[in-house]
Write a protein that binds this ligand. Structure first.
Ligand SMILES: [Zn+2]
Length: 258
């Protein structure tokens, strides 16, 4: 396995760059598909993750495959559209690079103990959680497509036998996490007479239970359990910014409610 690890890292980094590009697509298009935002050319009703093909939002010219290589194309084009010269936001290559590095680091640190399948599953989980976190931060929604991807991904991984938790623990994890956060949400509403957590938070927390088992919940004493909880920890840190925005809204958060 030690000899295999450098090869796996060398595979995970470019795979991460590609899935970073997919995350950019999800972050931009999923809110369009859900009608949360409108696009000037009124493509919102028909747009999906595959159609229309990648194009410049300014001049509408299609982006050729060789101009769509993660990070590299942005550098070669000096951050500008080849046709009209409009600037391409630097967040796109930065997201792709960050995803590639995280995937590579995950492979480097986990593969001696984990199977490649498990490492790949958690790398994909990170991509989905990253997309959900950015969409949540920008639009204050947690798309159910992403939440259910996390839920079913965790359950199917457990059923396949590659997960670090058994199927029974995964199911208990979902139930316990859901009950715990749903209880917190209802308690807050009862005591404070106003909304606190969004229901999306409850569902995502429950979905993470499928990956971490019932020992994941704070009620069981330890939130940080082995390396795999690092992903959830990073995600929670990002989501804290959303909650801080909620609490610091000028009207007590009601306009920011999911
Ligand atoms: Zn253009």
């Amino acid at each position: 396995m030690e000899l295999l690890m450098p090869w796996m890292v060398a595979i995970f980094i470019p795979l991460g760059l590609l899935f970073g590009s997919l995350a950019n697509v999800i972050i931009y298009r999923l809110p369009l598909m859900l009608g949360v935002i409108d696009e000037d050319d009124s493509e919102g009703a028909a747009v999906n993750l595959r159609w229309p093909p990648s194009h410049c939002p300014a001049c509408k010219s299609d982006i050729k495959p060789w101009d769509n290589i993660p990070v590299l194309s942005w550098l070669l084009l000096k951050g500008k559209c080849r046709q009209c010269g409009i600037a391409i936001p630097v967040i796109y290559p930065v997201s792709e690079l960050a995803m590639g590095l995280v995937w590579g680091a995950l492979a480097w640190f986990s593969l001696p103990q984990w199977s490649p399948q498990l490492a790949l599953a958690y790398a994909l989980l990170f991509m989905v959680l990253y997309s959900a976190a950015v969409i949540d931060f920008k639009h204050l929604i947690l798309p159910e497509a992403l939440v259910f991807t996390v839920l079913w991904g965790g359950l199917l991984l457990a059923a396949s036998g590659y997960s670090m938790v058994r199927v029974k623990d995964a199911v208990y994890g979902v139930a316990v996490a859901w009950l715990l956060l749903w209880g917190v949400m209802k308690l807050w509403e009862t005591l404070c007479k106003r909304d606190g957590l969004g229901y999306g938070d409850v569902k995502l927390y429950a979905a993470c239970g499928a990956w971490l088992g019932c020992c994941f919940t704070p009620a069981c004493g330890s939130f940080i359990r082995k390396r795999m909880t690092n992903i959830a920890f990073i995600f929670r840190s990002v989501r804290l910014s959303r909650w801080s925005r909620f609490y610091f809204c000028s009207d007590g958060g009601r306009s920011c409610r999911v």
